[in-house]
Design a protein around this ligand. Structure first.
Ligand code: AHR
Length: 506
C-alpha cells in the first residue's frame, strides 16, 4: 500500500532525495566523448578531525517482518540460522541495536525470557503478525556475543513503565541476589551481560506510532524518570536521547544533557524515481543535518558536567555528548514484504553507503555511534528465503570500511568534477597506526577520474565495483567485483562508479 509514503512523511526532509540542481548540464553521453575527468586529493595527516568511534560500524535488528523470525532465527529449530550467521559475522558489527525501532513502543522484555514454551505469543501491533517471543533478551545477547557486538537496548517509553526499564537493567547488569539478577541466573546466564548502551525510547515525537502525542516537554519529563530509575540500577550505563527536529533537540539537550551521552538522529536516504544521482543529494542533506546537530550540541552541552546534585545518586556526564545515528540507511519506495520494507539495493546504493561512511569519518569528532537499519531482510544487506541466503550490493562497502578504516580521521581536500551540483568524488581519510587509508567514491556513472594525490609512494589499492549502477544481486548472481592491486607514485585513476581504498604506510 502506498500509505508508506505518508506513514513516513515525518521524515520527508531526510528521505526526499531532493537534488540541488545547479551548474552546467552536460548530458552524460556527450561527456563520455571527452577525455577522462581530472581531480586532486590532498590529505593532511596532521590535521586530526577526530577519533573514529568503532561503534559507528554497528547494526540494528527489530521484531519486524522477516528480520528476526525467518531471518536470523529459525523458529522450527529454535536456533540461529547458520547460513545467515555466516553472512552476518563478516559485517564485524561492534554494536547491535534491538528490539526496535518502532516496535519498542509496545515491546515488553519480560515476554521474551525464560523457558521458550512458556513465553506468551503476542500480536505485533506495530508491524503485523504474531511474535512467539522465542527470540528475546537472552537470545539477543547470545547472538551479539557470537558476532562480537556489544548489545544496545531500547526501552519502551509508551506502553512500558520506568520500573520495567529499570528491571531490564537489573536483569542484564546486576550481579547480586536481587530478584531480576537471580532470574537471569535461573535462566542459565550466571554472568551479567554488562549492557552499556540504552536508548530512551525510539522516535518519540512520532504520534502516529501508538497514538501517544509527545512534545519535547512530555518526553523530557518521562526521560528523566526513566533515566533516573535505570541509572540507579547501574550508574555506568550510557543513555541515548531520542532526537527529532532542531526545536525538539534544543529543548531535550538543554534539560537532559547532564545525564545523557548521545542524542539520536535517524537518517534514511532515498532517490527520486529514475534519477539515481538524487540519492547523493539526499545523503548530502543528511551531512548538513549532522553538522547542524553538532553545532547545537556545541552550543548547549559543555564537555562535561560539574557540580551535579549528589542527591541524584549517580554521577553526571563526564564526556562530550555525541550523535547516535542509531538508524541510518537507504529506504526506497517499492520494496516488498511488511510495509514494503524488503528493499532491493543496486550498485548505486552501495556507492551511497560508502558516501555515508565517508561522512561519518569526516565527522568523527561528533558521531559516537551509528547502527545501519537493519541487518536481515528488512532494509538489509543480507536477504533470505526459507533455505537460501544472499548478500545485497550494500553489504560489500559495509564489510570493507569496517575492515580497512578506523583510527584517526584526518583532513582531506578534494578538487574535482561536479555533475548537476553533485561532486562526482566523495572522499575521506583515516589513519590507523601507521597506515593511511583514503576512501574514494567515484559516483559518476560513466567517467573514470584521474586523481593527483599529494602523497607519493607504494600504495595498496582495493576496489569495489559492478558493471553498472543499476545492477542488483539476487540468489543466483552477485554483480560486485573486488580488485586488489598496487600503485606506485601519486596518480590514481578511480574507475566510474567505484569505491576505492588507497592505503599507504606513513
Ligand atoms: O527501520 C524501520 C523503522 O524505521 C523503525 O522501526 C523506525 O524506528 C523507523 O521509522
Amino acid at each position: 500500500m502506498n500509505n508508506n509514503v505518508n506513514r513516513f512523511s515525518r521524515r520527508v526532509f531526510l528521505k526526499s532525495g531532493s537534488g540541488v540542481m545547479a551548474g552546467l548540464m552536460i548530458p552524460a553521453t556527450v561527456k563520455g566523448l571527452f577525455a577522462k575527468e581530472k581531480a586532486s586529493i590532498s590529505v593532511d595527516v596532521n590535521e586530526v578531525r577526530g577519533i573514529v568511534c568503532p561503534e559507528i560500524y554497528g547494526q540494528f535488528i527489530e521484531h519486524l517482518g522477516r528480520a528476526i523470525y525467518g531471518g536470523i532465527f529459525d523458529e522450527e529449530t529454535n536456533s540461529f540460522r547458520k547460513d545467515v550467521l555466516e553472512k552476518v559475522k563478516p559485517l564485524k558489527a561492534p554494536l547491535m541495536r534491538y528490539p526496535g525501532g518502532t516496535v519498542t513502543k509496545t515491546y515488553h522484555w519480560k515476554d521474551g525470557i525464560g523457558p521458550v514454551d512458556k513465553r506468551p505469543v503476542r500480536r505485533n501491533l506495530i508491524w503485523g503478525g504474531e511474535d512467539s517471543n522465542h527470540f528475546g533478551t537472552d537470545e539477543f545477547m547470545k547472538y551479539s556475543a557470537e558476532i562480537g557486538a556489544a548489545p544496545f537496548l531500547t526501552v519502551n517509553m509508551n506502553t512500558g513503565t520506568a520500573e520495567e526499564a529499570s528491571d531490564w537493567v537489573e536483569y542484564c547488569n546486576a550481579n547480586g541476589n536481587s530478584y531480576f539478577a537471580t532470574l537471569r541466573k535461573t535462566n542459565g546466564h550466571a554472568a551479567p551481560y554488562k549492557v552499556k548502551y540504552w536508548g530512551l525510547g525510539n522516535e518519540e515525537a512520532a504520534k502516529e506510532d501508538v497514538g501517544l502525542l509527545q512534545n519535547p516537554d512530555d518526553y523530557i519529563k518521562k526521560a528523566w524518570y526513566f533515566a533516573k530509575l535505570m541509572k540507579l540500577q547501574d550508574p555506568e550505563i550510557s543513555l541515548v536521547l531520542v532526537g527529532d527536529n532542531d526545536e525538539w533537540n534544543r529543548k531535550v539537550l538543554q534539560e537532559m544533557h547532564p545525564i545523557c551521552d548521545y542524542i539520536s538522529l535517524h537518517l534514511y536516504a532515498g532517490s527520486q524515481p529514475g534519477r539515481p544521482a538524487t540519492l547523493f543529494s539526499s545523503i548530502a542533506s543528511m551531512e548538513k543535518r549532522i553538522e547542524e546537530t553538532a553545532q547545537l550540541i556545541k552550543e548547549i552541552a559543555p564537555e562535561k558536567v560539574e557540580n551535579f546534585n549528589k542527591w541524584y545518586r549517580f554521577p553526571s556526564r563526564q564526556k562530550p555528548v555525541k550523535i547516535a545515528l542509531d538508524e541510518w540507511g537507504i529506504w526506497e519506495n517499492g520494496g516488498t514484504g511488511n510495509y514494503g520494507l524488503e528493499v532491493k539495493y543496486n550498485w548505486n546504493h552501495a556507492l551511497g553507503v560508502a558516501t555515508f561512511f565517508n561522512i561519518f569519518h569526516r565527522h568523527a569528532d561528533v558521531i559516537g555511534m551509528a547502527t545501519w537499519a537493519q541487518t536481515v531482510n528488512v532494509l538489509a544487506p543480507v536477504m533470505t528465503d526459507q533455505t537460501k541466503v544472499f548478500v545485497q550490493t550494500v553489504y560489500y562497502p559495509m564489510v570493507m570500511y569496517r575492515q580497512l578504516c578506523g583510527g584517526k580521521s584526518v583532513g582531506v581536500k578534494v578538487d574535482g568534477p561536479v555533475n548537476d551540483g553533485i561532486p562526482a568524488l566523495d572522499v575521506a581519510a583515516t589513519v590507523n597506526e601507521d597506515i593511511l587509508t583514503i576512501t574514494v567514491v567515484n559516483r559518476d556513472p560513466k567517467q573514470d577520474i584521474d586523481i593527483a594525490l599529494n602523497k607519493n609512494g607504494n600504495w595498496k589499492v582495493y576496489v569495489l565495483n559492478a558493471p553498472g549502477i543499476e545492477l542488483e544481486n539476487t540468489f543466483d548472481k552477485d554483480v560486485v567485483s573486488h580488485k586488489e592491486t598496487t600503485l606506485k607514485g601519486s596518480n590514481y585513476s578511480a574507475p566510474a562508479h567505484s569505491i576505492s581504498f588507497l592505503q599507504i604506510k606513513i
